[in-house]
Design a protein around this ligand. Structure first.
Ligand code: ATR
Length: 273
């Protein structure tokens, strides 16, 4: 049976085996999908061994995405732009192809929630790996402006300079932010510590769409905060997780699974509904 897995550390709580097993059942593909948690300095060896032993493809998650970028034979254009690899496929010619489906997953999830990206004014919070992965797919939707704000302003400036060939993208400090945004995407890891990015409440209005790439059984700190200040449309990163997985599954198997039912089952599994 064709073997796939996700590399991460820690990875025990990954939802990827659950999601890909449902995709396989739905599309009647024969495959198994497991977990691997190598020590941080043993990832390269573990990856090599997996493919030597017949593995067909894998996902890569924190903290290995940047290292995976350096270990594959070929990079897709979107992986090159992201500077990170979350999906690897062994081709029929024995080539390890590195791809990144995170940004495509974000955009697909935003669209499935009915969010319009074309001509919109987008605020992206954070300038780490998650922000970098999202930039090219977001800019491909032709927003009127994309502003990056980050605690460490120099990192936002660096990202804006790197992606300015793809659209109107600028960096502003949290204090500089002004005017009306249509969509705020939180790519910071602040919610992990129950913290909030230092965003002025005045930027939140009833027609704004709020997206937090994090998720949990209950609202993230950022989503609770945005709701308190009047945001009516809030979305967490669970849909992005399922959509990036669907994109990876399509890369591996050449068949696109449906995501709605799987997302529902995942929510039930997490106790969200
Ligand atoms: P990831 O790969 O998930 O993006 P990362 O590269 O460690 O993770 O980046 C984390 C991002 O969250 C950074 O933009 C970080 O801001 P700094 O560049 O200033 O470190 C941001 N972040 C983390 N905790 C934060 C907090 N409490 N408030 C604001 N931003 C925070």
């Amino acid at each position: 049976m064709d073997r796939y897995l996700v590399f991460g550390h820690p990875v025990r709580h990954s939802k990827s085996p659950f999601i890909h097993t449902l995709f396989a059942r739905q599309t009647q593909q024969e495959l198994e999908y497991g977990l691997a948690e190598p020590a941080v300095d043993e990832f390269a060896q573990a990856l090599r061994t997996f493919f030597e032993q017949g593995g067909k493809g894998c996902n890569v998650t924190v903290p290995f995405k940047e290292q995976a970028f350096t270990l594959v034979d070929h990079l897709s254009p979107r992986a090159k732009r992201a500077g990170a690899v979350n999906t690897i496929k062994l081709t029929d010619d024995g080539v390890l192809l590195g791809d990144n489906t995170d940004g495509a997953g974000l955009v697909a999830d935003l669209k499935s929630h009915g969010v319009t990206l074309a001509d919109s004014r987008i605020l992206l919070l954070g300038a780490g790996g998650a922000a970098r992965g999202a930039l090219a797919p977001l800019l491909a939707e032709l927003p009127s402006e994309l502003v990056i704000a980050n605690r460490t302003h120099a990192k936002a400036q660096q990202l804006a300079a790197e992606f300015c060939d793809l659209g109107h993208v600028t960096a502003q400090t949290y204090e500089q932010l002004a005017g009306s945004f249509d969509l705020v995407i939180n790519s910071t890891s602040a919610s992990l510590q129950g913290e909030l990015p230092p965003l002025a409440p005045a930027l939140i209005h009833t027609d704004i769409a709020i997206y937090d790439m994090m998720y949990g059984a209950s609202d993230t700190a950022f989503i609770s905060w945005a709701k308190q200040h009047g945001a009516r449309q809030t979305m967490d990163g669970l849909g992005m997780l399922v959509e990036q997985a669907a994109e990876a599954f399509t890369v591996w198997r050449g068949i696109r699974p449906g995501t709605k039912q799987v997302l529902r089952e995942l929510k039930r599994n997490l106790g969200v509904i």
